[in-house]
Design a protein around this ligand. Structure first.
Ligand code: BGC
Length: 514
């Protein structure tokens, strides 16, 4: 192993020199706007699907039901085609992130980000010009491809350019943009809903703005040093590393990426190696975090906040205003996470988030059980109670499971399985987002308040999982994860020595196992 030991391992903080340079910040801020596209979409769907003009044009039966039937509050929006409008995007994203992963692997992170904005932009044009439901759904599918490409490439990009001691914070810029996107969308919906008949075009059309920002801005960003080095452009990688770290003293970090890249190049079929036993821990954690993130019930609130608040008796405008309030709480929560994550660590935030979300989801359920009657709006106090607990729930999510479900999978895989492994995580997120988007309104209709207890049960389960199985990854350079996290973890270490890695690869990994 001696031949592979790198220089200066013990004093990592000083060996890995690096300032937070202006160029680093510019690259991170621009790339993170990929999150705006995703967030805008999450925030816009619920409001649009409760606009009369939109329903009248594409879903007249739902419009009729909403206007005329003296129907159960919980069920008036339960329509599969309407749910398909929201969820088709996630199906497309689910598939496209695998193509995006191949693209990241072969051509790099930057070009994948650029392509995402182009797909998204074309999707927006189709949506605005949609004359019928088919064209509308086709537009949603293109938006979904854009989201799949961005969600695959942006968090990886951010984690790879970040100095390790602020990696969490830098990566959370992605989630911060998601929350800004959701908030802006809620505000746009609020005003668009006042425009009779064509307000929905306004809401869907403005989605083009974040795509344009990303597309134009992306010409200013760099390719990540890791990706350059992996593609044999070591000299360029070294230059970029010097530029984003603001120092010439990047030798230790450069060597580490070089070794990770050498180890990765020893793998003959990188895509297949995610099926090796030694990839199992990262794969399980990457996908389970996404499953859990969605089964917190966050999108029951995000997609359907206006619909939900209307269902419990708010008037249309009041319900959009309540979701704006929730959007602000969501944004503030992610700023807190950005500042805290590299200090308090990932596990503590996730556990605190679980406790807070568990209590608030159960409280929403309790208010609805005790006060909600099928055809009656909630009284004022109870309705305010629901909004307050929803805000408490969202803040807990915003500094924990929201950002960390994107951050952790982007940092735990070794280079050879990073893009493929991350694609599995992204597609799991999209799959479970799709599932929730598709079934939530039916669940609300059938389970009523019980749906909130259902989510609290999952929140309790995920808390236990984190406490027992999730390793802490704060302050560990990405290329040292195998040696310092996985090979040391009380449970996951048993998966590490599966014989799938050559002696040379093991040695390259173990160079960091101090
Ligand atoms: C999740 C979305 C969610 C959003 C809320 C993201 O991390 O992936 O599904 O709607 O956070 O802020």
């Amino acid at each position: 192993m001696g031949g592979f030991v790198i220089t200066g391992v013990p004093d990592r903080q000083t060996k890995f020199e690096g300032k937070i340079t202006f160029y680093l910040v510019i690259c991170a801020v621009i790339a993170a706007t990929g999150g705006l596209m995703f967030g805008y979409d999450i925030g816009i769907s619920g409001g649009v699907t409760s606009m009369d003009g939109f329903l009248l044009k594409f879903f007249p039966s739902v419009y009729y039901k909403k206007k005329h039937a003296k129907e159960d509050n919980y069920c008036k929006y339960d329509d599969h085609k309407l749910q398909l409008f929201t969820s088709s995007l996630y199906l497309a994203a689910l598939v496209s992130c695998f193509f995006a992963s191949a693209m990241c692997q072969r051509f790099g992170r930057k070009i994948t980000i650029q392509i995402s904005s182009v797909f998204f932009f074309i999707g927006v044009i189709l949506n605005v010009r949609a004359g019928d439901l088919h064209m509308l759904i086709a537009g949603r599918i293109l938006l979904g491809i854009g989201v799949g490409f961005a969600n695959q490439a942006v968090p990886l990009f951010l984690s790879e350019i970040a100095p390790f001691h602020i990696r969490g914070g830098l990566n959370i810029l992605f989630q911060l943009n998601i929350t800004i996107g959701i908030l802006v969308a809620n505000i746009v919906n609020y005003y668009a809903s006042k425009v009779p008949l064509n307000g929905w075009k306004f809401s869907l059309g403005l989605a083009g703005v974040p795509a344009l920002i990303l597309c134009i801005g992306s010409f200013l960003i760099t390719e990540t040093p890791t990706s350059l080095i992996q593609h044999g452009r070591s000299a360029d990688g070294l230059e970029v590393l010097k530029r984003i770290r603001g120092t010439h003293n990047v030798e230790a970090e450069f060597q580490e990426i070089l070794q990770a890249s050498e180890a990765a190049s020893l793998v003959e079929r990188p895509f297949m190696s995610i099926f090796h036993r030694s990839s199992f821990p990262q794969l399980v954690i990457g996908s389970l975090l996404q499953f859990f993130q969605q089964f917190t019930g966050i999108n029951a609130i995000m997609f359907y906040a206006p619909v939900l608040f209307e269902a419990i008796g708010f008037k249309s405008n009041a319900s959009l205003l309540s979701s704006v309030t929730i959007g602000i709480v969501n944004l503030i929560g992610s700023v807190i996470s950005l500042l805290a994550v590299d200090k308090v660590g990932r596990k503590l935030l996730l556990l605190e988030g679980c406790l807070q979300m568990f209590l608030s989801m159960a409280a929403i359920g309790a208010v609805l059980v005790t006060n909600g009657q099928q055809n009656q709006p909630l009284d004022n106090d109870s309705a305010m109670g629901v909004v307050m607990f929803a805000a408490l729930f969202v803040s807990g999510f915003a500094w924990s499971w929201g950002p960390l479900a994107w951050l952790i999978p982007s940092e735990i895989f070794p280079l050879e399985t990073r893009t493929a492994g991350y694609a599995v995580a992204v597609s799991s997120n999209m799959l479970f987002t799709f599932v929730i988007a598709q079934i939530y309104l039916s669940m609300l209709c059938r389970m009523r308040a019980g749906v909130f207890f259902f989510f609290s049960m999952w929140i309790a389960i995920m808390g236990i999982f984190v406490a027992v199985f999730l390793p802490e990854t704060k302050n560990i350079p990405m290329d040292e994860m195998v040696a310092r996290v996985w090979k040391k973890h009380w449970y996951w270490k048993r998966y590490m020595d599966d014989g799938s890695r050559s002696l040379k690869m093991e040695a390259l990994y173990d160079a960091y196992s101090y």
